[in-house]
Design a protein. Structure first.
Length: 251
């Protein structure tokens, strides 16, 4: 396995470069690195040159100096590819990696000339919020304001707030996550021109199936493969089936 170090935009990171053949760029999900996907990446490397970077703040890569939006992640990927002189024919991403690809490919000025796009339980659409959720947020903000004179109690409140991903993140990455989940890349979907395969877990609670169905509807010519009873990592949970789907699409 060939793992290399590189510095992009002043940030140090690592990337995987394996296999030979048509180029395939893979972007991992939030809070992990490319090493969480080795089963899939090694399989894809049988027919493609697979390049997979660790994105800033994840997988051991250096954090950005300030909170980033998807635009900054897309810019980082563009500069990474330029540094490698790597022009992939296929783009693939899971969760937040998919979000970055939606930003990249849904913006005509930055879209890469890739022929195929694979989105695995992709993020990128703003979640629908219930009235209960908005009430909970309002109560949290009120409590945080009320505890301003008591820094220790306020810090305890903030430490226990948010999702597990949010609580596990550093301050900069917490800010990044907040910015990302509040973006809505839905308006970019009709601008994607690559042939698109969507693979989704039926019971995904992080990026629900309704997001996949919307992407199937609004990305021109996209096709959705549903993995029954699967969650946010359904493509690895049901790897045998997923491998056959990927092989068919890439051939």
């Amino acid at each position: 396995m060939l793992t290399r170090d590189i510095r992009i935009d002043g940030l140090s990171t690592q990337y995987l470069d394996i296999g030979s053949g048509p180029g395939l760029l893979f972007l991992h999900g939030w809070g992990v690195g490319f090493d969480s996907y080795l089963v899939m990446l090694e399989h894809l490397a049988k027919t493609h040159r697979v390049v997979a970077p660790n994105l800033p703040g994840m997988g051991g890569a250096q954090e950005p100096p300030v909170a980033w939006r998807s635009t900054e992640f897309a810019g980082f990927v563009t500069h990474f590819l330029s540094a490698l002189s790597f022009a992939p024919d296929v783009l693939a991403g899971h969760s937040n990696g998919g979000r970055t690809l939606l930003r990249l490919q849904g913006t005509p000025q930055t879209a890469l000339p890739a022929k195929k796009l694979i989105l695995l339980d992709s993020a990128g659409l703003r979640p629908k919020r219930s009235a209960r959720y908005h009430m909970k947020v309002a109560c949290y903000k009120t409590a945080k304001w009320a505890l301003t004179p008591f820094p220790a109690l306020k810090a305890r409140l903030q430490k226990n707030a948010g999702s597990a991903d949010y609580r596990a993140a550093s301050p900069v990455m917490r800010g990044t996550l907040s910015l990302l989940v509040n973006e809505d890349l839905g308006p970019l979907l009709p601008h994607i021109r690559a042939s698109t395969l969507l693979i989704w877990g039926e019971n995904d609670t992080a990026t629900p199936l309704s997001d996949g169905r919307r992407m199937e509807k609004e990305i021109p010519g996209a096709g959705l493969v549903l993995l029954k009873s699967g969650g946010h990592w359904a493509f690895l949970e049901q790897w045998g089936l997923c491998a056959r789907v990927l092989d068919s699409f890439l051939s």
